[in-house]
Ligand binder design. Structure first.
Ligand SMILES: Cc1ncc(C[n+]2csc(CCOP(=O)(O)OP(=O)(O)O)c2C)c(N)n1
Ligand SMILES: [Mg+2]
Length: 411
């Protein structure tokens, strides 16, 4: 495939500038040629994902030889610093403990539903750690560990999944969108925030997250196209865990990779081993940096695996083989990082024990917080939907008030 750098791009700025449309063209060619100048690479090298997934630490916990890291022109990545690696490992251990604890709380009836990210913790952790304080994250229902790693209180994070509120935290306070169940609506929210930030002259980057199945949604197309045309600082992060509930990737897309979808929108795509937190930190870190520097949006696809059922309401044994799951046990993100750090002398027994203790404290916090029966006000259903409630909502709210009053009187 050849991408020409020298044909004249259509100027998307025929729109009314007052609408916020770009007043000068920011085409694929602009972003790519800038990168070509900056990195001395070809346009293809900039736009297309690496020939192989970027991997820095292999499943056995050893550093890959340089050539196997996907180190082709335009795809060289630097190893994150030691402190960042240990911090990531700590979050991996906490994330795994959170996944196991939440699954147990569902079985105990303390939570309505939990889409576990067991096996995907490296993606979760890197998503949070690659962002600066002023950046925004737009997570899916599966990204609770990423939300917590970003600093949202664990119990507040899980309030949504207890089923008694729309969400437990203030998105504006944490710069984290509410975890979305309707697939890919959050990508549009993220693009909107990035657009607003750009108009205000802020240097905010938005990390907009979705799954492999979600890439088939119309909203995915609209979000990517809008972000590319308006040259917005968005990193689209696709966690390809191979399934959309029971639908395997092969029935979802026959693109060479999901990262290749980027080029059709005029943005660069990259693919990375989603169970290698070191590679994820490097790839997402660079994508965020490029987006902040004005390179426009980028797409990162992480290859990972959902080790457990879609949610507690799903039976994964009906559509996949145990042998397939076993193959991914060998690629576990935690054990490879443990081996790698221990081998480099960055993790001894004392440090590992201190990390495990922190993870236990978070699990205890979840058990305590989610075992409390919090009184809920049914009228909350109608609050906070619109700043000025619609006539229909007012009517429904009055009907509910009447019913509750009659129930009370009948006691
Ligand atoms: C708009 C919309 N369509 C369908 C669904 C039903 N649904 C819930 S999860 C899911 C699969 C999504 O798969 P993927 O994007 O790969 O994310 P994963 O669950 O694997 O993390 C579907 C189809 C939904 N929630 N929203
Ligand atoms: Mg999936």
């Amino acid at each position: 495939m050849t991408i020409s750098a020298d044909h004249t791009a259509q100027d998307p700025a025929t729109n009314d500038p007052a609408s916020g449309a770009p007043t000068q063209s920011h085409s694929t060619e602009d972003a790519a040629s800038e990168a070509v100048r900056k990195f001395g690479i070809t346009v293809e090298d900039y736009m297309l994902p690496a020939r192989h997934q970027i991997q820095i630490v292999g499943p056995d916990g050893t550093l890959n030889p340089h050539t196997e890291q996907g180190a082709q022109p335009g795809h060289e990545y630097t190893l994150p610093g030691d402190e960042d690696l240990v911090a990531a490992y700590e979050q991996l251990v906490i994330g795994r403990r959170v996944n196991d604890q939440n699954s147990a709380l569902v079985r105990q009836g303390r939570m309505a539903v939990y889409p576990s990210s067991h096996g995907q913790e490296a993606c979760q952790v890197a998503a949070a750690l690659c962002l600066s304080q002023g950046d925004w994250m737009f997570p899916t229902y599966r990204d609770s560990v990423a939300v917590m790693a970003r600093g949202v209180d664990p119990v507040q994070t899980m309030t949504l999944f207890r089923g008694d509120w729309h969400g437990g935290y203030n998105p504006a306070e944490h710069k984290v969108g509410i975890q979305c169940t309707p697939l890919t609506t959050q990508l549009l929210h993220g693009v909107g925030v990035a657009h607003a930030a750009k108009l205000r002259g802020e240097d905010t980057v938005v990390l907009a997250m979705c799954g492999d199945g979600a890439t088939s949604e119309g909203d995915f197309h609209e979000a990517l196209n809008f972000a590319a045309v308006f040259h917005l600082p968005v990193v689209f992060f696709v966690q390809n865990n191979q399934y959309a509930i029971s639908v395997p990737l092969a029935h979802q897309s026959v693109a060479p990779s999901l990262a290749h979808k980027a080029v059709g929108y005029g943005m660069a795509g990259e693919r990375v081993d989603g169970n290698d937190v070191v590679a994820l930190l490097a790839v997402l870190g660079r994508a965020v940096k490029l987006a902040r520097e004005g390179s426009g949006p980028l797409l990162v696809e992480a290859h990972t695996y959902r080790m457990q059922a879609h949610t507690n309401a799903d039976d994964a044994t009906r559509y996949r083989q145990d042998s397939e799951v076993a193959e991914w046990v060998a690629k576990d993100p935690l054990s490879r990082m443990n081996t790698y750090l221990a081998g480099r002398g960055l993790l001894d027994d004392g440090r590992a024990a201190a990390i495990a203790e922190k993870a236990e404290a978070v699990a205890a916090q979840l058990r305590d917080g989610l075992s409390e029966d919090v009184p809920v006000d049914p009228q909350d259903l109608f609050k906070y939907v619109f700043s000025t409630p619609t006539a229909q909502l007012k009517e429904q709210s009055a009907m509910l008030a009447d019913e509750l009053a009659r129930e009370e009187a009948a006691k």
